[in-house]
Design a protein around this ligand. Structure first.
Ligand code: THU
Length: 135
């Protein structure tokens, strides 16, 4: 797995994440997030944040996208894109970073994007020493 993303791959990931962003269920924070992951087979799975009145039951967009991939029968991804539109770039939270590590290596591309800026980094840079139960 590597973090090279072609312009086509970037366009496909951002289109999926933007569409999911539009479907975010965020009545409490009013902060919409869309995410898209690319699986080992090259399929793109999208997710949005799904909030809850108990707040703590809220699901982040990245984890919804990963769950969608796993539910479809895949357990490896090599790129993730997170789209938000307001405030600072929407960096994946700590729980999402740990969730991504379960299914991706340190070279996995992580793109954070808004209508006005974007940044590309890697999962290894965002979570350099992740918890692993097994080597
Ligand atoms: N959120 C995400 O979807 N992904 C993250 O990585 C951080 C936060 C969502 C959760 C909640 O619905 C809203 O953003 C505000 O925290």
């Amino acid at each position: 797995m590597n973090n090279e993303l072609s312009p086509d791959a970037l366009a496909a990931l951002s289109a999926a994440a933007r569409a999911a962003h539009g479907r975010a269920y965020a009545p409490y924070s009013e902060y919409q997030v869309g995410a898209a992951v690319r699986s080992q087979r090259g399929v793109i799975y999208a997710g949005c944040n799904v909030e809850n009145a108990t707040y703590g039951a809220t699901l982040c967009a990245e984890r919804v996208a990963v769950a969608s991939m796993v539910a479809a029968g895949e357990t490896e991804l090599d790129a993730v894109l997170v789209y938000t539109d307001g405030g600072p770039l929407g960096m994946p939270c700590g729980i999402c970073r740990q969730t991504l590590v379960e299914f991706a290596g340190p070279n996995c591309a992580v793109v954070v994007m808004s209508p006005t800026e974007s940044r590309v980094t890697t999962l290894g840079a965002l979570l350099p020493e992740p918890f692993k139960l097994r080597p």
